[in-house]
Design a protein around this ligand. Structure first.
Ligand SMILES: [Fe+2]
Length: 427
């Protein structure tokens, strides 16, 4: 079953939208399962929806397999709306509304209950981030879910003491509010289409302090939730940053639950695309967490992320060292969490792998994969950026890369994405 994240302009009539999309005002714009019509597509473009997760084949809808749906869709929609409202309102008024804060805390309690019952949650979906200006609140929402699931995994492995309901709620509230200080920063800084310069970074590093300032009138927000807001950018190796007047961490020790949120925060940032940076795939982000264990992240807690996310979500695109492009059809058996994804060879950039076109396969090990991409656009952009360097160059017949042959649909999608990226580069 093919799924993909794609630029909205490339979406074709009769494809199925595979996610709930909220408008900038927080109203549901498209619900998962909607059939794309020309007018729906036009409406999405008009609302600034940059990319969308779709299923091109409507016939396959019934075979759906969604282990990632750990919460009921209605609850997710309401909770996302509340978080979005809180952030937008705070940005407008430069203060926190007690009513909206209460609503988010109450909702968080509900989510805490759900995530700590039943099997350990497993997040199996590719992030799409429909609108780039959604980033702060969609990110806060994801960090909430990932932090709670990580805490549960840590508790089940005996790496954390048993958490009471109050501990869990305190963690959840801190996680969902960790970046609330960004609501006090200029919109132009948050939505800058390129990397930040030195001066802008200085401003950005003020967001923990601004978050604490916003929370000052609210005694009801627990000290540990505040610590998450204040210290989620502090690193175990002493790097990072915290409050404006310097750290007030006791002996430099970062509390465990703050370390958990820092891991969830970094992971979600890596797998999200921004206007100036492409999304990494979960398997690539998991590699970074592992490599940075003991430096940027807690060494014992960071590997737990692999227990709660699927490394190769359906719809991921992979470039193998023989030049073939593989789309992940199904993450495979995740019951043992050592998932072996199934993929389909949809295109190739080399004569060598022409014979593999159209073949489905089970990915054994990672060593043959050069890189992953969340969408055809990301694949094209990465190819053009890294294609002149070994070992990517060795996988291609020519540089600039040319598609040798491809399956229908992918032929057009990849060729078009490549042409568009080439044009953008030459400008
Ligand atoms: Fe932050």
């Amino acid at each position: 079953m093919v799924r993909l994240v794609i630029a909205t302009e490339e979406v074709q009539p009769l494809w199925i939208v595979d996610e709930d999309i909220l408008s900038a005002a927080g109203q549901p714009l498209v619900l998962r399962g909607a059939v794309v019509t020309p007018s729906l597509k036009a409406a999405m473009i008009r609302h600034g929806i940059e990319r969308v997760r779709v299923r091109p084949d409507p016939e396959e809808a019934d075979l759906d397999w969604r282990p990632g749906e750990v919460l009921p869709a209605g609850l997710v929609l309401r909770a996302r709306q509340k978080v979005q409202k809180l952030f937008d309102d705070t940005a407008r008024r430069r203060s926190l509304s007690p009513r909206l804060l209460d609503a988010v805390v109450e909702q968080t309690g509900d989510i805490v209950n759900r995530l700590f019952e039943g099997p350990l949650p497993l997040f199996a979906e590719l992030r799409s981030l429909a609108r780039f200006d959604d980033y702060t609140h969609e990110h806060s929402w994801s960090v909430l879910l990932l932090s709670l699931a990580l805490a549960r995994a840590a508790q089940e492995k005996g790496l954390l003491k048993a958490l009471t309901y109050q501990d869990r709620l305190t963690l959840g509230v801190g996680a969902v509010l960790h970046d609330i200080g960004k609501a006090s920063l200029p919109r132009s800084l948050l939505q800058k289409p390129g990397p930040l310069d030195e001066e802008e970074w200085k401003q950005m590093r003020l967001h923990p302090q601004k978050g604490i300032d916003l929370l000052r009138p609210y005694d009801s927000v627990m000290p540990l939730s505040r610590a998450i807001v204040a210290f989620h950018h502090e690193r175990p190796d002493g790097g990072g940053y915290g409050l404006a007047k310097g750290s007030t961490l006791q002996d430099g020790h970062i509390p465990e639950l703050v370390r958990l949120v820092a891991i969830a925060d970094a992971y979600d940032a890596m797998v999200s695309s921004r206007p100036y940076r492409r999304a990494r795939l979960p398997f690539e982000a998991l590699d970074v967490l592992k490599a940075e264990g003991g430096r940027q992240f807690d060494e014992d807690l960071a590997p737990l992320m692999a227990d709660i996310v699927v490394a190769f979500p359906a719809g991921s695109l992979l470039l193998a060292d023989d030049g073939s492009v593989i789309t992940v059809l199904s993450p495979g058996d995740t019951s043992g969490r050592g998932s072996l994804p199934e993929g389909l060879v949809v295109a190739t950039f080399s004569e060598r792998s022409r014979g593999r076109l159209g073949q489905s396969l089970r990915l054994g090990d990672r060593s043959s994969l050069l890189f992953g991409a969340a969408s055809p656009e990301d694949l094209a952009a990465t190819l053009l950026e890294e294609g002149s360097q070994d070992p990517v160059r060795a996988a291609l017949d020519s540089y600039p890369p040319r598609l040798v042959a491809a399956a229908p649909l992918w032929d057009e999608l990849l060729a078009y994405a490549l042409a568009r990226e080439e044009m953008a580069l030459s400008r």
